[in-house]
Design a protein around this ligand. Structure first.
Ligand code: ARG
Length: 387
């Protein structure tokens, strides 16, 4: 019910509808994250944060510098307003006190993390929104920030399917002990061999995945095996979406963490590829056989971005958000990428978003699709190899 006692439909507003099958159909409703309260999380087996020059040497943790948080929140708020100005409905998460210690029967952890980036946590497939398992202890309770939004969607749209993947135990059995001591000492070749074999920090003790490791292309879902997504997580997703073809993929990224700066769909038939992280040859051939063009992203504007306290790479440049198949939001400083996209026929909406990088992402990471017009389509009628 709206405040005047009328339902959304009676008051003329479009009814709320959860529906998104891919990353490019016209966007109608979205979640935009918040930087408020974000902390550099306390040390945990899944992740190592070591920023000796920026006040957080290994082993230390605590709130991000207040000025950085305020700046990021201002850019996130402005982005939300830009989207609203285009008639897109925008929801926001409710931050918790992320400095609080959290506990399960198995462990206690001295801090949480934040509610940026929402893309990591929620996966919309059709009329379903799925809460990912996550694989950091500091992010175990992050779903609580989204429960007010999810509850409201559940109440407003009687067709919405609200799902949560099994909450993981995240005991020490879920992580390879000592991974972060040895992995950084390996050569690039040795690291890539580990990536190919998917022998990284996570064990296969239980299904683990972040939603941002999933790229949606209609009937086909591509799941990146990464620092936060294991084979068991892929298998869980495969059984959970029996009507989809759910593929596990890797690339030549020594630090795989979320697929959306590596393999980015732009419109049917066109995928943006971060050239430094080559997708496996069979996957590339699968796309080409189905008449998809694979475009290599130009170099990011700056190798110094994202700046301090970030766990992202400069390839965040390619983390663009489609407003529809012809219109892309691109970080405003990424002018070369914008030119490239214009030459491919897109209209580019420049968005100031530099301050958000240290909070875990770009324009795609910072959002979750709730509604995109459109239906489930098969963009890959021809099979190839294991695809
Ligand atoms: N790991 C990616 C990179 O550094 C950034 C992707 C962030 N995506 C996200 N959904 N948080 O290139």
């Amino acid at each position: 019910m709206a405040r005047n006692g009328k339902t959304a439909a009676e008051s003329g507003a479009r009814p709320v509808k959860v529906n998104a099958w891919n990353g490019w159909d016209p966007l109608r409703h979205v979640i935009v994250g918040r930087a408020t309260g974000t902390v550099v999380q306390a040390p945990e087996p899944a992740v190592r944060r070591d920023f000796p020059d920026d006040g957080f040497p290994l082993g230390t943790y605590g709130p991000m510098p207040a000025g950085m948080t305020a700046e990021a929140d201002a850019q996130l708020d402005d982005f939300a307003e830009l989207l609203r100005g285009r008639g897109i409905r925008v929801d926001r998460p409710t931050p918790l006190d992320f400095t609080r210690e959290v506990a399960t029967p198995d462990w206690t952890h001295p801090s949480m993390s934040g509610c940026m980036p929402p893309r990591d946590l929620l996966l919309t497939v059709g009329n379903e929104i799925l809460e990912a398992t996550m694989s950091y202890r500091s992010r175990w309770f992050e779903y609580l920030c989204y429960r007010p939004v999810l509850q409201a969607l559940f109440d407003a749209d009687e067709d919405m399917r609200w799902e949560a993947a099994p909450k993981p135990r995240l005991t020490d059995a879920s992580y390879h002990a000592g991974f972060w001591d040895t992995y950084p000492t390996l050569s690039t070749e040795e690291q890539l061999a580990r990536v190919r074999a998917h022998d990284l920090v996570l064990t296969e003790a239980e299904p683990l995945f972040d939603a941002a490791d999933v790229a949606r292309f209609g009937r086909d879902l591509f799941v990146q095996l990464s620092f936060v997504t294991n084979r068991s997580g892929h298998r869980w997703l495969k059984r959970h979406f029996p009507e989809h073809r759910v593929h596990a993929v890797t690339s030549t990224n020594t630090h795989p963490l979320h697929i959306d700066a590596t393999w980015v769909p732009l419109r049917p038939g066109l995928v943006l590829h971060c050239g430094e992280r080559l997708a496996d040859a069979e996957l590339m051939e699968f796309f080409r056989r189905n008449d998809w063009e694979i475009v290599e992203a130009v170099q990011p504007a700056s190798w110094d971005h994202p700046p301090k306290l970030s766990y992202c790479s400069p390839w965040l440049a390619g983390n663009v958000l489609n407003l529809d198949p012809r219109t892309l939001c691109v970080e405003e400083k990424e002018v070369r990428l914008a030119d490239q996209l214009v030459s491919l026929g897109f209209e580019v909406v420049p968005v100031p978003f530099r301050a958000v990088g240290p909070f875990g992402g770009g324009l795609h990471c910072a959002t979750v699709d709730i509604e995109r017009e459109g239906t489930l389509e098969d963009y890959f009628p021809r099979r190839h190899g294991r695809y």
